[in-house]
Design a protein around this ligand. Structure first.
Ligand SMILES: [Zn+2]
Length: 477
């Protein structure tokens, strides 16, 4: 029996689908709200006898359990197969449905998992891990949270992890590729993470792809993480996504915070739709991952860093997401971890009051202006019309133009003209850029040049006569 058949036989599609939407039995079929599009009335059907599914709503598509997992997780067949095999407790032969490239990735996932287990065990049990245990306790994390996030500790040693993993059959080169060890100038290698609290970072499928690490004293930098590896790209990873995925889909909303600790505290308080961007600015790749789960994204910004740049980027996300991005502004000097620990209700309150990013920008800009004066009306126009011009959705664009018209008492027509001018300027700039890009790549050859050169190559004896050729025939003269 093939691995695929074995996985199929040991998997019940109803059980798999039930993890992502609530199914109700109706005769021989099950129905529920489609996990892939937003709907009020269930048009998603699962057929246990055929082990298949179909959405009769907006998706108007269906398939088997593999296609469900592929669509649900945005993965290819190989990943769906591995996901379901793992779920069913089937060990796939290393070759099952894979090529050399995915074999290598698989090895990296395995080596990261082995490292995470090692770090986790050290945190829980080692004598050297006491300081880390105290730190975890001081942050108020429960044993369950520690286990859920597989929190770990790396020994204050240059060779401990390397030795541990090499004893288990991983090669030095695999450890280097995974970014777990570093090659010094002498050519010798040593552990990258030493004496740190370890945060394994997973992808949506739950593979460990890299690590974040925090120092246990006041030294700097406070945080380091895995370098770019074949499995880890910081700009496309979201900390906690593996644990948040289901909640994000169920609540149809994702909240993005900045730090590892913020995510853990949120989840411990049952705010399970929270992930971290692991940097100040959310990237389009991260937004792309979330887009598969929800179109409602809330950014938690701290009062100081909520600069205009972040807001301008926000419109960019909205366009790439086709969605409205909302922001919550944290109380001054506080991060989500502190807010939630102090009072979970404050967090709920903030979420309830989240503002669409463009409205927030309006508030920021107009707060410093006196809109009864001509000068400040003009300033508001100068700052806000370019932002409105960046909104792709025409209905929303219109909404904000109307809002600005009302706020400044300027006629809608007047603002519309300004908006049109900005758009025309941008288009002209775009055209110029394209033209410049084109002109730096001239056509590689002209027919005359080609003909003459071909002739000379085929008939070297003609070289003496080539002096009569005009210089203009040649591009690179
Ligand atoms: Zn659907």
């Amino acid at each position: 029996m093939s691995a695929i058949d074995e996985v199929k036989q040991r998997t019940d599609i109803v059980e798999v689908v039930s993890q992502y939407t609530t199914l109700t039995k109706a005769g021989r079929t099950f129905r529920g709200l489609c996990p892939f599009h937003t709907e009020k009335h269930p048009s998603f059907f699962v057929y246990p006898e055929q082990q298949s599914w179909h959405c009769f709503g907006a998706c108007n598509t269906g398939g088997d359990v593999f296609s469900f997992v592929m669509k649900n997780q945005g993965t290819d067949f190989g990943d769906a197969l591995r996901f379901l095999a793992q779920r069913a407790g089937i060990t796939l032969s290393p070759r099952a449905g894979q090529d050399a490239e995915s074999d290598k990735r698989e090895r990296l996932y395995l080596v990261n998992e082995a490292a995470a287990r090692y770090f986790h065990n050290l945190l829980l049990n080692s004598a050297g891990g006491e300081k880390a245990r105290n730190y975890v306790a001081s942050r108020g994390f429960s044993p369950k949270t520690t286990v859920d996030f597989q929190l770990g500790f790396s020994l204050n040693s240059w060779q401990a992890l390397k030795q541990h993993l090499m004893d288990r059959g991983y090669t030095e080169s695999e450890l280097l590729t995974a970014g777990l060890i570093i090659e010094a100038e002498t050519g010798k290698t040593h552990d990258r993470f030493r004496n740190k609290l370890m945060f394994p970072i997973s992808d949506v499928r739950g593979h460990i792809i890299g690590f974040g690490a925090r120092v246990l004293d006041d030294s700097l930098p406070k945080y380091i993480n895995s370098p770019q590896t074949p499995t880890f790209d910081k700009s496309s990873s979201l900390y906690g996504i593996n644990l948040a995925m289901t909640a994000i889909r169920q609540q149809d909303m994702a909240v993005i915070v900045e730090g590892y600790i913020d995510v853990m505290t949120a989840h411990q308080s049952d705010f399970n739709n929270v992930v971290a961007s692991m940097g100040t600015a959310v990237t389009e790749k991260q937004a792309g991952t979330l887009k598969k789960l929800t179109r409602n994204i809330v950014l938690a910004l701290d009062a100081d860093a909520a600069g205009e740049e972040a807001m301008l980027r926000g419109v960019g996300y909205e366009n790439s997401l086709d969605a409205e991005v909302k922001v919550i502004i944290l109380p001054k000097g506080k991060d989500p971890d502190e807010v939630i620990r102090q009072d979970a209700k404050t967090w709920q309150q903030l979420l309830a009051e989240a503002l669409p990013i463009v409205d927030y920008t309006f508030n920021m800009v107009t707060a410093k202006l006196d809109l009864t004066t001509a000068r400040d009306k003009s300033l508001a126009r100068d700052r806000l019309v370019p932002i409105i011009a960046g909104i792709k959705d025409t209905v929303r664009q219109d909404h904000y133009l109307t809002k600005l018209s009302r706020l400044t008492g300027t006629s809608y027509r007047r603002l519309e003209t300004d908006l049109a001018r900005i758009k025309a300027d941008r288009r002209a700039k775009e055209t110029r850029r394209e033209a410049e890009a084109q002109s730096t790549h001239p056509p590689s050859s002209s027919p005359i040049e080609e003909y003459c050169l071909a002739l000379l190559l085929q008939h070297p004896e003609l070289r003496v006569q080539s002096e009569g050729l005009l210089l203009e025939y040649f591009e690179n003269r």
